[in-house]
Design a protein around this ligand. Sequence first.
Ligand code: ZN
Length: 111
Amino acid sequence: MHVCKNDLVAVMAGNKSGKTGKIVKVLRDSNRVVIKGVNLVYKHTKPSQKNPQGGRIQKEAPISAANVMLVCQNRNCKKYDKGVRVKKKILENGYKQRVCVYCEVEIISAE
Ligand SMILES: [Zn+2]
């Protein structure tokens, strides 16, 4: 998986193409991710203790991780706020950093 929880990603393919959002859940088994505010679907629920009325609730449905790219948050980058390819950079202390291929600035997670 090239992305992880709390990453800011852009959807690059499919009918949600162009949307960006924060990853709230990674489904490693199915190679899918849930992105906050993206791919909202109505879920019909039966009445329960938590939701005594039942009915429709809006919820994000997972999308394929292959269709998302990390977003560069460096304002000076020509791809600022867009999905970018990233590369791994190994620091002197051995720590691996993901950096944008355009500006070489570290990809940071969403707040
Ligand atoms: Zn960049």
